[in-house]
Write a protein that binds this ligand. Structure first.
Ligand SMILES: NC(=O)c1ccc[n+]([C@@H]2O[C@H](COP(=O)([O-])OP(=O)(O)OC[C@H]3O[C@@H](n4cnc5c(N)ncnc54)[C@H](O)[C@@H]3O)[C@@H](O)[C@H]2O)c1
Ligand SMILES: [Zn+2]
Length: 466
């Protein structure tokens, strides 16, 4: 308890420093603590890490063979309660039975997981002594399974050891993990491709996570047939996550402007800044969102649209999993963490919940108006992909043009009218800002540094959208 209190005090000190934008405290362009091998203070290299992925309608039936080929004898199958009764999980279990794979089911995954729900899953994994993991579900399930794999492979570690700094210690993962197969059932997080696991740290009421290439799934089985079971709002909200992954990674600070330069490759962060390879995945994902998201939301039988969105989720995951995201995500973590009574339509939940995709997209018009000063050409380019006529637009118009395009896109998809519509008021802004400050892993990747006042203004501008 005393150790936890000491960490909170330490964190509050860091928050105070993060709020200051003077050169000695600014994290965005801060100097490296020590010399790097290259002698540079900003990075000079980037690395692409991605899970092996296999795509195809019906490909889930191969999962039992995959586990057999891996020599798995005792598999942990994780999912959430709602999905445990639906065809994606049934199809997976049929394949396991057919191929003689011994498995145990853990269906207590919490939708929008917390440290407590992660720990329950970790306990299950530790007791089961499993030799492989299988996650069937959305980001909540895949992330929970990554954490269960990590901590059961490193049983003596404290939970905060691998959690992102400054909330956790952000230690690099050096232990070997068990194989993990992810079968995504939403078209959103791209978690099947990334080394990221996100949870709500209840103590501080903010989301944070674990980010290490070591926890990325061994294999992602992307089967578009699962998307036919998704309710409309799950399609919409997880689609907004794809939209923001693409927009944020494409407009993130370039990798060669990020500091410090790591002193060893193992400390190069998973989120490295925009880079030429991530850019390709981000732009391609965005084109698919522009073409298919509305169709996928409106027509549950539109297999072409839903299949394309399923692929777009992985494309954006490959991009942002290496480039990172920035302000929409950084600001979303307190928006979901501080939820009061909001219950999202189509989510069968007993607790209040702001779905992740909704929490990121509500600030997007304000955020991109703010960041457009830095790379206006990129902001105009993405606005054009999303349908704006940019032929006569000038560089200073980039922010308003993109913001208007996003507002129209959200309006067409019946998105709640801003933060006020999901239960927040002006009085909540100081808490929302406080919850954003520790998200420096992502906020420092924004192309434009932000002061506490900037963040307040962004939350205020996001109270109402239309
Ligand atoms: N690891 C990453 O890289 C990453 C990236 C972005 C977000 N996230 C995290 O992922 C979580 C959100 O995940 P999500 O948006 O994929 O949704 P989710 O896993 O939270 O699931 C949302 C709801 O949809 C239901 N559902 C899922 N698939 C379904 C299907 N095919 N048919 C019917 N119902 C279905 C679930 O049962 C649940 O009720 C958040 O915690 C977020 O922070 C992780
Ligand atoms: Zn996201």
């Amino acid at each position: 308890m005393a150790a936890a209190r000491a960490r909170v005090v330490h964190l509050l000190r860091l928050l105070q420093r993060a709020a200051c934008q003077c050169p000695s405290h600014s994290h965005t362009y801060s100097q490296a603590p020590g010399p790097s091998p290259s002698g540079k203070t900003t990075d000079y290299a980037f690395e692409m890490a991605v899970s092996t992925i296999r795509y195809g309608a019906g490909v889930t039936k191969e999962v039992g063979m995959d586990l057999q080929n891996m020599g798995a004898k005792n598999v942990c199958l994780m999912t959430d309660k709602n999905l445990s009764h639906l065809p994606p999980v049934q199809t997976v279990m049929d394949s396991l039975v057919k191929n003689g794979i011994n498995f145990k089911v853990y269906d207590h995954v919490r939708v929008e997981p917390t440290d407590t729900s992660f720990m329950e899953a970790i306990e299950f994994a530790k007791k089961g002594a499993f030799d492989a993991f299988l996650a069937v579900g959305g980001g909540s399930t895949i992330d929970t399974c990554k954490a269960a794999n990590l901590y059961s492979s490193s049983p003596d570690s404290d939970f905060l050891d691998y959690v992102n700094a400054p909330i956790g210690k952000g230690k690099p993962v050096t232990v070997p993990l068990k194989p993990l197969i992810a079968v995504p059932t939403t078209s959103g997080t791209g978690s099947e491709t990334t080394g990221v696991a996100i949870f709500d740290y209840e103590h501080l009421k903010v989301k944070t996570g674990i980010a290490s290439r070591a926890i990325k799934p061994t294999l992602g089985l992307i089967d578009p047939l699962h998307t036919l079971h998704m309710p409309g709002r799950v399609v919409a909200n997880s689609g907004f996550d794809v939209l923001c992954h693409a927009l944020e990674s494409y407009t993130a600070l370039p990798y060669h402007m990020r500091s410090p330069c790591p002193s060893s490759p193992i400390t190069r962060p998973a989120y490295q800044g925009s880079n030429p390879i991530s850019d390709i995945w981000a732009v391609h994902a965005l084109r698919i969102v522009a073409k298919y998201l509305k169709r996928a939301v409106r027509n549950p039988d539109d297999l072409e649209a839903r299949s394309n969105m399923h692929l777009a989720s992985a494309f954006a995951g490959i991009g942002f999993g290496n480039a990172g995201v920035h302000l929409c995500h950084g600001m979303s973590y307190p928006i979901s963490g501080l939820v009061k009574t909001y219950k999202a339509k189509d989510y069968d939940m007993d607790h209040p919940l702001v779905p992740h995709g909704l929490s990121v997209v509500l600030t997007s018009p304000a955020v991109f108006t703010f960041t457009s000063q830095m790379f206006p050409e990129r902001h105009l380019e993405v606005a054009e992909i999303l349908g704006a006529d940019t032929r006569t637009a000038r560089r200073p118009d980039a922010g308003p043009v993109l913001a208007d395009t996003l507002r129209k896109f959200l309006f067409d998809l019946d998105v709640d009218d801003g933060l006020a519509a999901i239960g927040y008021s002006k009085a909540d802004i100081p808490e929302l800002v406080k919850g954003t400050l520790p998200q420096e892993r992502v906020t420092k990747l924004a192309p434009r540094p932000q002061s506490e006042e900037d963040l307040s203004a962004l939350f205020e501008a996001s109270m109402k959208l239309y």
